[in-house]
Write a protein that binds this ligand. Structure first.
Ligand code: COA
Length: 334
């Protein structure tokens, strides 16, 4: 097992909005049923915002992680927020959360790697902690309000998504188990997409649409090719775990828990089979929250810790896949 400069998870916290949408609620708005959703996805309920913005979710999760770490907001040197559903183009979600929690003065930035954002964020935090003498404490948050761009007339996608946030306080740890494997395949960009504002500046004379090789999108709504994403995910997930474990010098069986992106329980079951590990190793809370994009991995991690399924000293792999298409796995000791 390779020991390197890695991360110490000082504190964790998660937050979901109070309002819940059940499968029965969806059966009232689209042609679907609890039976179909449960069998094809494993989802039962999701939490959905009721007016509270995305940064509010992130700030509440951050406050819990800061309290858990036993630090003050002013101890934070860098805030990284993973999100693909920010409240504004500018300011960043990180600046809004910084203001909300009173961590003024820290560096603050957003990253968008869709559902893989938390893994990318852990790796970025690790690199700052390792190489920047001014960075001792990183607050990494994933905050997502997917209900903002879900098309609630599209039964094949609207039933999948929920809102939520989670945060880790991270510091440097010498002689630690740590490895990461991150990547992307932009050829799959068109399989998961939500459009930002189109250019309509006053000087524009060319009214033709530029061919971006992306799907026709309804306003700014999210769209996906579910089958393509499913095929990609069932390969990318086990492959990322294997590659990260290889770099860490351990086998997947030696992991105490694998925390995968919570998109579809069938994707997770197939990945477990391909990896040759039992489902007991896979942390799954998709029934409670649906797919909350980048927040799903740390939210599941927090629930697993609260329920005693993940303990201090456990060898963990966080593994994500999603829009981009992106994929990533990080291995560390909690
Ligand atoms: N309720 C009832 N029927 C539904 C439905 C719903 N909510 N959504 C789709 N269907 C129907 C389809 O219209 C289709 O009907 P047809 O056979 O009459 O055409 C049938 O169910 C089967 O559709 P299919 O797309 O083959 O279902 P599936 O088993 O592949 O499940 C997804 C669809 C979207 C759940 C699945 O492909 C998936 O999870 N993909 C990955 C999506 C994902 O993870 N996205 C985010 C990644 S970060």
């Amino acid at each position: 097992m390779a020991k390197v400069t890695g991360i110490k998870v000082k504190g964790i916290g998660s937050y979901v909005p109070e309002a819940i949408a059940t499968n029965e609620d969806f059966a009232k708005i689209v042609d679907t049923s609890d039976e179909w959703i449960t069998q094809r996805t494993g989802i039962k309920t999701r939490h959905i915002t009721n007016g509270e913005p995305n940064y509010y979710l992130g700030a509440r999760a951050a406050e819990k992680a800061i309290a858990d770490a036993g630090i003050e907001p002013t101890d934070i040197d860098l805030i990284i927020v993973a999100t693909c559903t920010p409240d504004f183009y500018t300011p960043s979600e990180a600046c809004l959360i910084q203001r909300e929690i009173g961590a003024i003065g820290s560096m603050a930035m957003d990253i968008n790697c869709a559902c893989t954002g938390f893994d990318y964020g852990v790796d970025m935090a690790k690199r700052y902690l390792q190489s920047d003498d001014d960075v001792h404490t990183v607050l990494l948050i994933a905050a997502e309000e997917l209900s903002k761009f879900v098309d609630y007339t599209d039964r094949s996608s609207c039933i999948l998504f929920g809102d939520g946030a989670a945060a880790f306080v991270l510091q440097k740890q010498e002689n630690a188990l740590y490895a990461s494997y991150l990547g992307a395949d932009g050829n799959g960009a068109k399989f998961l997409a939500a459009r930002a504002l189109k250019s309509e500046n006053v000087f524009r004379t060319n009214k033709e649409e530029f061919d971006m090789d992306m799907p026709e999108l309804k306003d700014y709504f999210f769209t996906q090719d579910g089958k393509e994403v499913y095929k990609f995910a069932t390969k990318a997930l086990p492959n990322a775990v294997l590659k990260a474990c290889e770099k860490a010098g351990i086998s997947p069986e030696e992991l105490d828990a694998i925390v995968p992106h919570q998109a579809n329980v069938r994707i997770i079951e197939t990945a477990a089979k391909n990896l040759g590990v039992s489902m007991d190793k896979m942390v799954v809370y998709i029934d409670r929250y649906g797919n909350t994009s980048s927040a799903s991995i740390p939210m599941a991690f927090c629930d697993a810790v609260a329920e005693g399924r993940i303990k201090r000293g456990d060898k963990i792999c966080l593994v994500g896949f999603g829009g981009g298409l992106t994929y990533a796995a990080v291995v560390f000791e909690y």
